[in-house]
Design a protein around this ligand. Sequence first.
Ligand SMILES: Nc1ncnc2c1ncn2[C@@H]1O[C@H](COP(=O)(O)OP(=O)(O)OP(=O)(O)O)[C@@H](O)[C@H]1O
Length: 380
Amino acid sequence: MTAATKLLDEMCHLTAQSLTALDTSEHFKLLKLLGEGSYGKVMLAVHRKRGTPMALKFFPRESTSLFSFLREYNLSLSFCTHPSLTRALGIAYCTPSHYIFAQQASLFGDLYDIIIPEVGMEEDRCQRVVSQLCGALSHLHTLGFVHRDVKPENVFLCDSDCRWVKLGDFGMVKASGTRVPEVWYSSPYCTPEAEIARGNEDSWSSINDQQDGSEDEEKKKKRVLVSVEPTTDSWALGILTYAMLTGSHPWAETASDCGSYLKYQEWFDQVNILGDELDVWTEPQSENQQKTRDLNKTGQKDQTPAAPQFSCFTPLACSFFQSLLNPRPQNRGRPEDALSFLGGDWVLEKERMRLEKERKRSSGKGAIKCMKEMEGRGER
Ligand SMILES: Nc1ncnc2c1ncn2[C@@H]1O[C@H](COP(=O)(O)OP(=O)(O)OP(=O)(O)O)[C@@H](O)[C@H]1O
């Protein structure tokens, strides 16, 4: 446990004793709905006396524990001091039906709204988002926290050009190193290491449903406990970046029987030096492996053709993806490592021109399939 995670626990215990009951309409004027998630709704409001604009996040009391509410509030208030993290404003209260806290309001929607399906968004804007998210995640990681829910709906926009974005929704945040039950869910955002929990979905729902400790022994045995690691956020950042650049996902689900993920893995193994070093004393298992070794010997490693879903990217972008989307978590890059890939071109010229044309033609709300699979399954 880091000093920050200890302090967060302490703050939750202290604020639990002082949470006041307020009448929302007496103190705030509600202007409009900013968004809704699986845990509640977020409204744009102004403080009646001071005129301060803010986002009020409402959590229904019947489905939210006081401690999880206070954890999200205190984390946002005291540790989200980076400009690209959504900070709470020091107002938390309850009504008979809800727990509520106030946060800085981002007035330009979220990333989900601007990613056009099959087209994505401009590369410049994408690189600006990546750069800010690398800083935000690195800040959280340094304090000993892992976000665990990086996705388009949780990146809020403070302007239409993505010059200032803020990562929000800290309901899934955990201290790095905490032991939690592994969850596999059908989504590209799910990490490959989570596959050990595949097939255990039944036991996972019982953990959430049976908070009284009556979870049956058989199911308890099936739970795979793993350590929360910052590399989970690296993976999600890689998938999010792919979604921003293409308006699609590189594979349907991160699973050993998903064809497009397998093609990626094959490409990864071909160009990955470490994999090659590990294999150096063994006979090549396939024609591809032999080819890769030959290419490496002649210094032509970079010419290995990319997996089909990555063929529209430059070698620089391919290296970025291979760092964040490393199937081995222990070798996966950190968000701060990703900063070194920014600045150069990511999308090949021909593809960039095609996307620009498509973008001009398309308009409207993005429809990237979000991680609805997590609804009701995430630990709060
Ligand atoms: N501070 C904010 N400023 C502007 N919009 C916000 C803010 N907070 C949340 N929103 C909007 O509300 C939506 C839901 O908020 P949030 O993700 O925090 O809720 P949640 O119930 O925790 O969601 P999830 O289902 O992802 O767990 C966001 O996708 C975003 O569009």
